[in-house]
Design a protein around this ligand. Structure first.
Ligand code: FMN
Length: 410
């Protein structure tokens, strides 16, 4: 019997119906050439589409060249970059999933090595190899940390140019088939660095109190809303808290989320952290997580999604160490969020959604699977039923162990 679940119920936002509540959280792949997607991006994102993940976000994509985190990050400031994404959007749609696109600018965290090379600012060697020097901009002339490039504090013209870059990028993304746009205003990158009092020390209209610090992001939201179709959902990823004393707090996020809703954002994607020197998940030299006042256990950011949803009335997406189908289902049942974004667990198991549907008994006959796999996978399950215990099979591990018994008995 097919179980009714929230995780596998569709959600309609504006004109777009997402077939289930599972979302591929944007994941930088550091595999583009001059901002142009390679076969890697196709292989990476199309796997989640074969795995029937409802909404599939491509990685943070820079709206201008200096907005890339690393020289290998994806970009969308040229038509060539945009057109390289067409096979990806087309395949995701063929699989019945929704292609989403995250627009980003790394700001004062731009111009670094890839994480597996330390994630630190580009050095002389990189510059000799043709990567850099990088033009670093930010709200104030405050570097991310000691040893990082001091950014140029943006003037009004710089701000106007970046707003324009976001709106041009959104137009291109729509043109090549993305159906949901997300603005990346989290993790210490440009837009969030304007929000946080730890990075924004300006005393003009883009600084000062929370309303001044929100201005740049809201201008970007307005510019994007103006160029994307009325029926296209707009998401905004925020860092709900900085996780440092005197930083951005959850109450600020509630205020911001109300404003975002009024400016045409449909979903607030509730992440956290990143304003300090290191990229997300950086560990110190002894392998310990960076010291912030943030716990990073299972579902650690869900309370932010819950509070923002309850207090600002906007839809939220929960993210962060959501790994178990029952955990995901419970978050939705408890109305703590409307969507569940998953990052690392989907890299570990790109068919997480299909397996979660099995675990929750939402897809007992493998109907969710692509036709090309359905027939074979269904028979695989039946083969495991050699003792008539199919109904007792509660997860895939049992199928595997039954199958290995079948083979042993041969
Ligand atoms: C390899 C990697 C790349 C990431 N790239 C992005 C990105 O492009 N944009 C973004 O907003 N977050 C990025 N993140 C954060 C994830 O989207 C996600 O929020 C985070 O991994 C927490 O979710 P998880 O516990 O399910 O992995 C990245 C994380 C990882 C591990």
């Amino acid at each position: 019997m097919k179980a009714d679940t929230k995780l596998f119920s569709p959600i309609k936002i504006r004109g777009v119906t997402i077939p289930n509540r599972i979302v591929v959280s944007p994941l930088c792949m550091y595999s583009a050439n001059d901002g142009v997607a390679t076969d890697w991006q196709f292989a990476h994102l199309s796997t989640f589409a074969r795995g029937k993940t409802g909404l599939i976000f491509a990685e943070a994509t820079a709206v201008e060249a200096r907005g890339r985190i690393t020289p290998r990050c994806l970009g969308i400031w040229t038509d060539e970059q945009a057109e390289a994404l067409i096979p990806i959007t087309s395949f995701i749609e063929q699989m019945g999933c929704v292609p989403g696109f995250q627009l980003a600018h790394a700001g004062r965290k731009a111009g670094t090595k890839t994480p597996w090379k330390g994630g630190t600012p580009l050095d002389e060697e990189d510059i000799k190899a043709g990567n850099g020097p990088w033009d670093i901009i930010g709200p104030s002339d405050l570097p991310v940390a000691d040893g990082w490039v001091i950014p140029k504090a943006m003037d009004d013209k710089d701000i106007e140019d970046v707003v324009k870059a976001f709106s041009n990028a959104a137009k291109r993304a729509v043109k090549v088939g993305f159906k949901v746009i997300e603005i990346h205003s989290a993790h210490g990158y440009l837009l969030q660095s304007f929000l946080s009092p730890l990075a924004n020390k300006r005393n003009d209209k883009y600084g000062g109190d929370i309303y001044g610090r929100m201005r740049f992001l809201l201008e970007v939201v307005d510019a994007i809303r103006e160029v994307i179709p009325e029926d296209m959902p707009l998401f905004c990823r925020i860092s709900a808290v900085d996780g440092f004393e005197n930083g951005w707090e959850i109450g600020d996020s509630v205020i911001l989320s109300k404003e975002l809703g009024e400016h045409g954002v449909d979903v607030v994607d509730c992440s956290a952290g990143g304003i300090s020197g290191a990229p997300l998940f950086r560990v110190n030299q002894s392998g310990q997580p960076m010291k912030t006042n943030m716990d990073r256990g299972p579902g650690f950011q869900v309370p932010y999604a819950e509070q923002i949803k309850k207090e600002s009335g906007i839809k939220t997406m929960a993210v962060g160490v959501i790994v178990d189908p029952n955990q995901a289902e419970q978050i939705l049942q408890d109305e703590k969020a409307d969507l569940i974004a998953i990052g690392r667990e989907l890299m570990y198991n790109p068919f997480w959604s299909l397996h979660a549907a099995q675990a929750l008994k939402a897809d007992p006959d493998f109907d969710m699977w692509p036709d090309q796999y359905k027939w074979g996978v269904n028979r695989r399950g039946k083969l495991a039923d050699f003792k008539g215990v199919r109904d007792e099979i509660i997860d895939e591990k049992m199928v595997v162990s039954h199958l290995s018994e079948v083979y042993k008995q041969k």
